[in-house]
Design a protein around this ligand. Sequence first.
Ligand SMILES: [Zn+2]
Length: 170
Amino acid sequence: MECEDCGSRNVSRRDIEGHLLYECNLCGNLEGDDRAVMLIEELRVGRERGIDDEVIPLVSVLESTGIFKIVRASAGNPNRNEAPVVLFQSTKSDTAPIENLLRSLELANRKTRLLWLIELSLQHAIVYTLRPRFWRPPSDVSPDDLRVAQKDLVVLARQLRRDLSLSWWR
Ligand SMILES: [Zn+2]
């Protein structure tokens, strides 16, 4: 088999992050199931930017709008008592994209284990903070709560990606 990208015949079939794909040993091009290839490429680009694995899909879907700019994204760390958080800005001055995002979040919150909310703060411009709500003091949040929040990140990304293809987002 030849690499579609560079033509090299040095292509191996291997397990990459749980997906069986063909990888070119020369240029790194991936072939196989389109969805799996997309996921792995998204993961690789995210890792190069130093973004935590669990939050990469959410960062990717927010950026895919062409409207939201990520300021900081973290998947948190259950062992250090850190919760996941995504800080972002809107490049549009009107509130329509944020209204859409809040509508999506309301729908997504039916699928997530925790309730996620967006807070606003002013740091030169408005910065939006997407975070989970634990309904208890920060000192009582357990590593298990934080692992639940990390799993929610993937659910949020999936729900937002689905909504973005719907007419009311465009
Ligand atoms: Zn190649």
